[in-house]
Design a protein around this ligand. Sequence first.
Ligand code: KPL
Length: 296
Amino acid sequence: MREWTILGAGALGCTFAALLKARQQPVSLLLSERHRGHFHPAFEFIGLNERRRLVSTHPRFAEQAAGIDCLLVMTKAYQVLPALTGLRGLPADTPILLLHNGMGVAEVVTRVFPHNPLLAGVTSHGALKEGPWQVRHTGKGETWLGPVNERGKDFAHLQPLLATALGHAEWSEDILSRQHRKLAINAVINPLTACHDIRNGQLHEPRFADVLAQLSEEVHGVMTRLGETDTLAQFRRRLNSVIELTATNYSSMHQDLAHGRPTEIDYITGYVLQHAGDLPVPVCRQLYHEVKKQGG
Ligand code: KPL
């Protein structure tokens, strides 16, 4: 592979670009039309050690899709399809690695690009945009990737490249399960913090104890229905540890709602509702409608 192309020049996309470039791995940023003519050839990256450096990137636009070797998709979930449908010239052997939050997108990407190797990943790195072209890496996390279709299985060699740059990356043939685990955490923390206008850590205040208990039970029930084997107690332990580790953060859904941006509710809570079958999920449903009502 000659070059990574990152779709989604948000905080996390730029952080991955900076970390890959720091290991001399070639990176280009695939930009949307609104950046044409307004693109900064470099962004400022603030590392975990507070060191600042200028990262110069090679911009690409949709009409240059034919030259993409490996596509890393790091947009918001609802931006993936509109962005990918503009890439008609993408070669059929270019692997597409979906690293966005939420689920339900891969099924549609498979229909639009039936021949491409498709992979999915989850990452727990934290990043923040401090200015239009200024990005801060706020937390080192773990990254998992694995195949979504048969052709994706030939791309396990991407894992060591990512591990070198990110500090951790592992390959999993059962990436769906990793995605479910992350989705379940997001389905509890994100809508609750967004609707109540609180930081993640405030979920541990006694006033949220009941709703947290009920929502985690609902989400866990749906995950079990999807074949996941974690017990409710194990799920709650993981959930509580993420709440503690990210206590001072505003969740991504909180930030989206607070800034009047669309949220990923359809790909997080919406996914849980779609897979609930006949399980009762009243809190999930109520939060879904509440986020929608607030404009998300
Ligand atoms: O992934 C997150 C998000 O905000 O989307 C969590 C883990 C909840 C951290 O804020």
